[in-house]
Design a protein around this ligand. Sequence first.
Ligand SMILES: Nc1ncnc2c1ncn2[C@@H]1O[C@H](COP(=O)(O)OP(=O)(O)O)[C@@H](O)[C@H]1O
Ligand SMILES: [Mg+2]
Length: 400
Amino acid sequence: MSSTNLNATEKLNEFRLKLNEHNDKLIRASQKMIIARSKFSRREVEIDFVKSAENEYKIIKKDFKEVSDNSFFFENVKKAKEELKKASKNSKEYWKLFEEYKLAVFLYKESKVAIKDRGHGGLLSKLSQTALKLDKIKFRYREGHPFAVNGVSVEIKHGDYIAIIGHNGSGKSTLSKIIIGVLQPTNGSIEVYGNKVTRNNINMIRKFLGIVFQNPDNQFIGSTVRDDIAFGLENRRIAPSKMADIIVKSAKKVRMEEFLDHEPLMLSGGQKQRVAIASALALSPDILIFDEATSMLDPKGKNEVKEIMVELKNTREKTIFSITHDMDEILNADKVMVMNKGELVKFGSPKEILSEKEFLRSIHLDIPFVAQIEEALQNEGLKISGSANLEELVKNICQK
Ligand SMILES: Nc1ncnc2c1ncn2[C@@H]1O[C@H](COP(=O)(O)OP(=O)(O)O)[C@@H](O)[C@H]1O
Ligand SMILES: [Mg+2]
């Protein structure tokens, strides 16, 4: 790519982000204006209040002309055309410049699309190493109903593995839907890698996120594993030339590369979930959410999927949330979020959380198998605690 086109490619993303930000301002100003008008009609405010809201809206609207100025991309096409004219026809140089010219035209067209769709195709960058920041998030499904999520605040740093536990109906799934942007919080704010989530940038925010659901059978569209992983890539308009490589790489990460031509429905539950993980990974999300992804699997399938989750954790390339009923799984986590009645009642390391056995029981949560054995041994007078897994427990017992 020529340096001018390279510059234009970067500028295109900046252009999209600027358009998106402006659109966000415009929407907020228009909402404010509508509210002001309706308040005025109820005689709750003076006319000056409406006028000032209208003025604010007008000023922002006027800026649109400047923000949507794509003459840079037009100039880039002109430059590429002039270069092309200078080259002698059909020479090697000519065809190279012809390609550059085509790219310049493409970028110009994309800039026009960006103006129309208000920059939704932009890619946000990571502004912070905090993967997720929830600030006093509240959500209820209906006015007058109790809050399904009630004032949750938490900060999660990039690369952490977070387990979310809680009794049925404690708000775990609602919270995960809020995080992936399917539900908008009634109150509170969310930041994803330092980008404040707004109604308007949610499409761009979603590119940071991937989710694997509970039921392995509800996640397939393609007739082969390969098609299935390709589906999400096509949706994201990834260049076809790059697809094959991405598909193989993501299948390898879940050890399913030998199954690429298999029919998804013929796979075991554990294999299906691994393909679902590969499909999510293909889109290279920075945050991956597993909503009870192992709960419908047999013990073998559970272990296969848990193993992959631990491998992903160990790369520290992704931030992982795992909503789980499997109390043994929380031992793999860096931090555990305990939900009860919509509230985040505890947030700490697995050790810290598990030391509060009575509390966990009071909110109807079991303790992991290993911790249960430890407890039984403690009752027999053996001072053993904090084993991370069965092997460690055995070692600890042998040392006594
Ligand atoms: N679509 C819905 N409409 C109304 N209430 C819902 C809906 N989904 C969940 N709830 C309610 O919200 C609360 C939290 O549910 P949920 O987030 O599914 O909990 P969990 O995943 O921890 O089991 C529960 O009281 C549940 O009944
Ligand atoms: Mg749930």
